[in-house]
Design a binder for this molecule. Structure first.
Ligand code: ADP
Ligand code: MG
Length: 648
């Protein structure tokens, strides 16, 4: 069987409008086991011919059979697999991966081709080329001759029947040249078919046969020696590595390439890192704000509506609230009679008072209200009980105290059963109020609650009430209720709209939905902004990936020469970009959570770290990696092996 059989091979390069012929009607037969030199002046098409023979480049017409197989119409994947299984390449520029050691370089073909025990094979090959003590050296720790010997060992890893060498001694000193030629001769003696391009007659002396090429044509040939009779046994055409092992190997390569470029990886991950920190903390803040609003409002009571008197305008002078038209105690029954949608109602008076317990003093807020204030405002005592209707009617001297008062006067101990002096009048403490927190401008726990009549007659000396607080049927529209309520109060107290905004009706449900809506808008906006920073991070990754692809064009060409399919290159670069963004995502996640905890700890903000937000950040950073890695990896995958190898 012939190793190579070429008939009427032509190849052109298009330069501007004119076609330029590099290979012109080439006919060539090379027997198995032959050691052939292709010689000719520079620019005569030697390399182009070798690249067509080595399936790195394609011809424009003619037939090519390799070990009997016609390769005219084979798709790129088949050509990749054949390169990986059948062919060994040795290049003038060695093409070793700079950051990998000799052993790793020699093992590279095993990434794409199924080779049993590649490490062992690689070590054996390195030993055979005399580098057993250099296997952990990187290329820059090796001389040119040693590097080329590593490259020869790499070409032999897949045990190919044929080897193509393009000026393998072109970059070497004369001693190394001889070493390399002796290596090739050794392989020749083993029976391998070798096709070598050279312009040095001394090197061609080692070969059986010399073919002279001038201007893309074979002009003459000379035979030096007889061809070997016992050529190297023919290997399987296809030894492509299978799915899972292939992906595993490429994954390791991606990790290795990221790890050997740590600074670059870190910088490209940085954008994603900040983006994720932003998204996580903003989402946590948004959730926290929502939760704290909900808590605040639910602690106020369900569907609470508060009516209070505002200032009256008289000739441009604003009179103090409550000075003219005051709400009175009779409004309570009038309102319940007129408005069946009011489920319960209490009048409320407010004032300040000096509290004394033992030798402690505290100035606090006094509220007087009726017994249904307990359910109206969700005030179930945490200790003791609420006051009763009877106590209200008898103007009993009983009170409930808020948390702040308990802290200031009782050092946090149970106050129930003690006697507390409020403005020098002694009150029996019958209960402690649940904690309500602060509304921002007022501590709602700094309060003493007494029966309404007690407050009005015995403590604050008021005829009028300050507020009417009521629970509105949740099915009623608070807007029309507000209007009707104002109308009703104007009629009852002989006032009108033109006198100013006298009665203020506040519906907590309305306020809550307004606040929540604003919060929602704010947090959506902030999350969108944070997401934009993630996008910017993605663009950063894309840029750096593109630079990396450009910088590694030769590496891509080499991988293709060693049998990588387009998809293998695509997967590798996609993995690299995805791993980069994932790294940013995970580190960002950690920093995001730390940021949230920090804000919680030092600013006391209510922050809710939700799993959806973590999952979102995580998935988003992966998708960014895939999305923005797509174009660079596609670009890398589509590079033609020879264009990539020739790039500078
Ligand atoms: P050799 O190896 O014999 O020195 P090559 O095979 O590298 O020559 O190149 C043969 C001719 O083809 C040269 O004239 C070279 O300039 C030209 N050539 C090589 N590659 C390209 C290309 N990609 N586009 C256009 N011309 C090319
Ligand atoms: Mg050349």
């Amino acid at each position: 069987m012939l190793a190579i059989e070429i008939k009427k091979l032509n190849k052109f390069y298009q330069i501007g409008n004119s076609k330029f012929s590099v290979l012109n009607e080439i006919n060539l037969e090379i027997k198995q086991g032959e050691f052939v030199a292709i010689m000719g002046p520079s620019g005569s098409g030697k390399s182009t011919l070798l690249q067509v023979l080595g399936l790195l480049d394609h011809s424009d017409s003619g037939t090519y059979r390799l070990f009997g197989r016609n390769l005219e119409n084979e798709p790129p994947n088949v050509l990749s697999d054949i390169r990986g299984s059948m062919i060994g390449f040795v290049f003038q520029q060695f093409h070793l991966l700079a950051k990998s050691n000799a052993l790793q370089n020699v093992c590279l073909p095993a990434l794409y081709t199924d080779i049993t025990n590649p490490n062992q094979v690689a070590e054996n090959q390195l030993t055979k080329v005399g580098l057993h003590d250099r296997i952990l050296h990187t290329p820059n720790e090796l001389s040119g001759g040693q590097q080329q010997r590593v490259a020869i060992a790499r070409a032999l890893l897949n045990d190919p029947p044929i080897i193509f060498a393009d000026e393998p001694t072109g970059n070497l000193d004369s001693k190394s040249k001889i070493e390399i030629m002796l290596e090739l001769q050794r392989l020749h003696i083993e029976g391998k078919t070798i096709v070598m391009v050279t312009h040095e007659p001394e090197m061609a002396e080692y070969c059986d046969r010399i073919i002279h090429v001038i201007d893309g044509k074979i002009t003459s040939e000379e035979r030096k020696k007889k061809t070997m009779d016992n050529p190297y046994p023919f290997q399987n055409f296809f030894r492509r590595k299978s799915g899972w092992n292939l992906v595993k190997g490429i994954f390791k390569q991606s990790l290795f390439s990221l790890a050997s470029n740590q600074l670059r990886t870190f910088l490209s991950a940085l954008g994603i890192l900040f983006g994720v920190v932003c998204v996580i903390s903003v989402m946590a803040l948004g959730e926290g704000a929502k939760k704290s609003v909900e808590e605040q409002f639910s602690s106020l009571g369900a569907n609470l509506v508060i009516v209070r008197t505002g200032g009256m305008r008289s000739g441009g002078v604003s009179l103090e609230a409550g000075t003219v038209n005051r709400l009175d105690i009779d409004d309570v029954s009038a309102v319940s009679k007129k408005f069946p949608e009011v489920k319960q109602i209490s009048a409320v008076v407010n004032g300040r008072a000096q509290l004394v317990f033992g030798n402690r003093n505290w100035n606090s807020f006094v509220t007087g209200a009726s017994p249904n204030y307990e359910s109206l405002r969700n005030l179930d005592p945490i200790e003791g009980r609420f006051f009763t209707e009877e106590e209200e009617n008898k103007r009993a001297l009983v009170c409930l105290v808020g948390n702040t008062v308990v802290r200031e006067l009782y050092e946090g101990k149970n106050p129930v059963g003690t006697y507390l002096k409020i403005n020098r009048v002694s009150f029996r403490v019958i209960g402690q109020l649940p904690e309500k927190g602060s509304t921002g401008y007022r501590d709602q726990d700094d309060v003493v609650l007494v029966p309404l009549n007690t407050a009005m007659r015995r403590l604050l000396n008021k005829d009028a009430v300050d507020n009417l607080e009521m629970e509105l049927d949740p099915n009623e529209s608070s807007e029309s209720f507000t209007k009707a309520m104002k109308q009703f109060l104007h009629e009852r107290h002989g006032t009108n709209e033109s006198m100013g905004n006298i009665y203020q009706v506040m519906s907590m449900a309305d306020i809550q939905s307004a606040v929540s809506e604003t919060n929602q808008t704010m947090s959506t906006l902030l999350v969108a902004l944070a997401a934009v920073s993630l996008l910017v991070g993605g663009i950063g990754i894309m840029n750096i990936m593109l630079v990396s692809v450009k910088e590694r064009t030769k590496e891509i060409g080499l991988r293709k020469a060693l049998g990588a399919r387009e998809s293998d290159i695509r997967i590798q670069f996609l993995m690299e970009s995805t791993l980069t963004s994932l790294t940013g995502g995970i580190v960002g996640l950690v920093f995001g959570i730390l940021t949230v905890l920090f804000l919680q700890e030092y600013f006391g903000w209510t922050i809710v770290l939700s799993f959806p937000s973590i999952g979102f950040a995580f998935l988003f950073s992966i998708s960014i990696g895939i999305l923005f890695g797509w174009w660079p990896s596609e670009y890398a995958a589509k590079l033609s092996p020879i264009v990539a190898l020739r790039s500078e």
